[in-house]
Design a protein around this ligand. Structure first.
Ligand code: ZN
Length: 148
């Protein structure tokens, strides 16, 4: 495994729409393992592939230091509720802002083998899922924040 370089705002890659993953091979597994390692090394609670210059629809989330979610081609099936909280981003160092997010999400994803998986998350995990999935469409939290 290896640490990958996290790019920051101003890099055009962060504004691209990432492509669907179609090949579920060892390279994908290596990418995911590197993303998890890079996320923990940077003290983040999530990381999306475009943040390491890879335009694939892959992100990882871990808000409690224990449960690691691997999201590949994630799609929101259901969302409800509303919460507002401060967010930051490894690609926007030093910035924080209030963002509205749902309190509940049901997400369809693939696992690293290409199997369908469904995740239901609430509260801060739902925030992290939304934040990371936004990266796959070139959206940063600073686009959505209401005030600093
Ligand atoms: Zn981010």
């Amino acid at each position: 495994m290896a640490l990958r370089n996290i790019i920051v705002e101003g890099d055009d890659l962060l504004r691209e729409r990432s492509r669907e993953v179609t090949v579920f091979d060892d390279r994908l597994s290596l990418l995911i393992d590197d993303m998890v390692e890079t996320m923990f090394d940077a003290d983040g609670v999530g990381l999306a592939a475009p943040q390491i210059s890879i335009l694939k629809r892959v992100c990882v989330v871990c808000t409690d230091g224990q449960k690691i979610y691997e999201l590949i081609n994630p799609e929101v099936l259901e969302s409800s509720g509303e919460q507002e909280g401060y967010e930051g981003c490894l690609s926007v160092p030093g910035a924080r802002g209030l963002v509205k997010r749902p309190t509940y999400l049901k997400v369809k994803s693939k696992d690293r083998k290409g199997n369908d998986v469904i995740f239901e998350v609430r509260d801060f995990e739902a925030v992290a899922f939304c934040h990371e999935m936004d990266h796959l469409d070139g959206i940063l939290f600073i686009d959505k924040m209401e005030r600093q």
